[in-house]
Design a protein around this ligand. Structure first.
Ligand code: GCW
Length: 717
């Protein structure tokens, strides 16, 4: 036998016998179902040894297959499928498929389309675990919940879960462009392969839908809010319809961002005036066309009269005029319009933080009943920390939808470990005082404060074509947490981090404890090294990567960092009290009174609301300058602590995911230092105070930081 052939055979044999090396590249997200440890293993083996699942629909079949897949992964053995409940069975069913359920004390009637119960109980002498719902969609959600319990090591003996989502619309907003770039996307190109759709429906689409369903997400806006009219042309409607077909069995509806001037750009009209009958007729016909292709199309998302996008104000009409005209077009089909409140105008000299309120508050009560106004969590723009948007609580007659940013445009982009759960929690827990104490944003958003039934939360997706979906393993936690908060706006960020870490890595408490600790302080650390004490919007221009508080030469005043921090020889911060822009007057009087004085303003928001002298004494006794420097240092130090903590977790993590995180933490350490040093070097030119004892001087002179350029940073608009 020639040597080459021999070598080839040996090599082939070796490959065939070697254990299948499946790299942990993050593709499986939190749905890995690895072999369980005791006591879960025994519990599952005895409580999930067979399965009664009579459902016939595609969604019911998906629920059944997911359960089988999960149990097989966790125990090594798939449950037997049987036709009647027996001891040790899981009974996965709706009332319609198993009328016998009516005899059991499950109260299925008020579960709605998505809710479910999971109960261990004994019926006819057989001890079973029931996963029951009113509709098949609830079964799928129930299965994912059951598998979450198993993966996180919960006891499976006495399960008594009842879960109904608190919001109706739990939506991802993709800022994905038709050329596959993603505005503010840090995980590769768009996952929508527009060019090869509708024919080629790659396997990723179903995996995407499955992952979203596992955390309760039920809708996706496919295209960027900075929209192109082309996405409303027949070929692109067909492409969106192909995606909708893949997503439908998972309970995920498709929505589109609409460009206001589409009637002119692709419809040949001379105007896009919402009160022009021809314009209204064009949109109605367009909606009819979309619904013919996508019968359960969700509706439109609109960014109008904002950052150069056209809108009804171009025709001297209001946002309500625009939203209502579109709403009428989708109404006969059951569709909705999500109208964004992220507006500020180049010709308005008023504080940018006040402009959305000024535009929208007078429109309260003027929107059609299938319009929901989508408001960013803060008044400016997804900064590492912002006080909540004053529109929350201020528009009682209008359903308001929360918009969070999951992609980390301002929080370290792809590489920094900054878990967003605490940001979501902090915002949703904030009290608007709209109807007295306890009028939290969670209650505005879930509709309970004002009795709205059209409710929702949107998150700007961090999903892209990278194998790990989100640009880093830890960014997956933000996607996961978003879904969990959308389902229940009062969930705890810490509990969510525990769930995520246990499912994504291992439920071993020696791992989960330290990793959750790292995650929980990580967003505060980013606030500290980027924008402490209420500073905001001091990042570089365009790509928003890195610090540039010195920028002062951009065309619009509110694009410049100097507009936001207002540092001068006296102090730093934006006076939003009555002596300044009076933005505080947009909050409920109880809160506005508190914000009127630096003494009663939370320290974390101090410089957002007040211009404070460098020598001002904080309650700690430190001067503002000293305290500011200490915050920067605390941020940098925390990243160092995360690196040490992660290093100790090596025994619990596979090499691939360990080393990605290790490397990214090193990048974060370098960039945290850069943020801190550049900011201190710059602000010291105003404070003219020495650094506090023990604080190290910036590594480079200020002009070095000012000279940094990154023309190819990702996520550029
Ligand atoms: O913060 C800004 C982003 C833009 C984005 C805009 C918005 C889609 O920098 O990239 O555009 O917000 O939310 O509309």
């Amino acid at each position: 036998m020639p040597m080459q052939v021999f070598c080839y055979i040996v090599a082939m044999l070796f490959l065939a016998l070697a254990p299948a090396a499946s790299a942990e590249d993050g593709y499986d997200l939190w749905l890995r179902y690895p072999k369980a440890q005791e006591p879960v293993l025994s519990a599952l083996s005895s409580r999930a040894n067979s399965l009664v699942a009579p459902g016939k629909s595609t969604t019911a079949a998906l629920a059944r297959e997911e359960l089988i897949k999960g149990i097989k992964g966790l125990t090594g053995r798939a449950p037997n499928q049987v036709s009647a409940p027996q001891t040790g069975a899981i009974w996965l069913t709706t009332l319609a498929d198993s009328p016998d359920l009516a005899r059991l004390p499950l109260s299925l009637s008020d579960l709605g389309p998505d809710g479910y119960v999971i109960r261990s109980l004994t019926t006819d002498g057989k001890s079973v675990t029931i996963i029951a719902a009113a509709k098949d969609q609830g079964l799928l959600y129930g299965v994912f919940h059951f598998l979450r319990l198993a993966q996180t090591g919960a006891t499976l003996d006495q399960i008594a879960v009842r879960s109904v989502p608190r919001t109706k619309l739990r939506l991802l907003n993709h800022w994905d462009n038709l050329d596959r770039t993603v505005e503010r996307g840090y995980s590769g190109e768009s996952i929508w392969d527009w060019w090869r759709l509708p024919d080629w429906r790659g396997p990723r689409y179903a995996d995407y839908a499955r992952a979203n369903a596992s955390i309760g997400i039920n809708g996706t806006v496919l295209n960027n809010v900075n929209a192109k009219s082309d996405s409303l042309t027949a070929p692109y409607i067909a492409k969106a319809a192909a995606l909708a077909d893949v997503f439908r069995p998972y309970g995920i509806k498709v929505y589109l961002s609409a460009r206001w001037t589409a009637p002119m750009e692709i419809g040949g009209l001379k105007t896009a005036d919402p009160l022009d009958p021809q314009v209204a007729a064009w949109w109605k016909a367009k909606a009819d066309e979309i619904y013919r292709a996508i019968p359960d199309f969700g509706g439109f998302l609109v960014k109008a009269n904002s950052e150069g996008q056209p809108g009804p104000q171009d025709y001297k009409r209001t946002h309500a005029d625009g939203a209502n005209m579109l709403a009428a077009a989708v109404k006969p089909h059951g569709g909705i319009v999500m109208w964004r409140a992220f507006v500020y105008a180049h010709d308005n000299p008023d504080d940018r933080a006040k402009q959305a309120y000024a535009d929208f508050k007078p429109l309260d009560g003027k929107f059609a009943d299938n319009v929901i106004v989508q408001v960013k969590n803060g008044a400016i723009d997804f900064q590492p920390r912002e006080p909540f948007h004053p529109l929350f609580g201020a528009m009682p007659k209008t359903p308001l939808m929360m918009e969070f940013q999951i992609t980390k445009e301002y929080l370290g982009q792809s590489t920094h470990l900054t878990y967003l759960g605490p940001l979501f929690e902090e915002t949703l827990k904030s009290d608007t005082f709209a109807k007295g104490k306890g009028s939290t944003i969670a209650k505005v958003v879930d509709g309970s404060l004002e009795g709205h039934t059209l409710t929702g939360i949107a998150g700007v997706a961090n999903i892209g074509g990278d194998r790990d979906w989100s640009g880093s393993i830890f960014n997956q936690a933000d996607w996961y947490a978003f879904g969990r908060f959308a389902w229940n706006p009062e969930i705890s960020a810490e509990a969510v981090a525990q769930e995520w870490a246990a499912q994504t890595f291992t439920a071993d408490p020696r791992f989960v404890g330290p990793v959750v600790k790292m995650m929980m302080g990580s967003r505060e650390a980013a606030v500290n090294y980027m924008t402490p004490l209420g500073l905001a919007h001091v990042m570089a221009t365009g790509h928003h990567y890195g610090p540039a508080p010195w920028v002062s030469d951009l065309a619009r005043p509110e694009w410049n960092p100097v507009y936001y921090h207002r540092a001068d020889a006296n102090g730093i911060g934006f006076d939003r009290t009555r002596s300044g822009s009076n933005a505080i007057s947009q909050y409920a009087p109880q809160l506005a009174r508190r914000l009127a004085s630096p003494k009663t303003t939370a320290e974390r928001d101090l410089l957002w609301f007040h211009h404070i002298g460098w020598d001002y004494r904080l309650p700690s006794g430190e001067t503002l300058w000293t305290n500011l420097v200490h915050h920067y240092d605390a941020g940098v130090a925390y990243v160092g602590e995360m690196r040490t903590a992660w290093d100790k977790l090596r025994p619990y993590v596979d090499p691939e995911r360990f080393s990605q995180t290790e490397t990214f933490l090193a990048i974060q350490a370098r960039e945290a230092r850069w943020w801190r040093d550049a900011s201190i070097a710059y602000f010291q030119t105003f404070s003219k105070r020495p650094l506090p004892a023990g604080a190290s001087p910036p590594e480079h002179p200020l002009d070095w930081y000012e000279a940094q350029r990154f023309p190819y940073a990702p996520g550029n608009p």
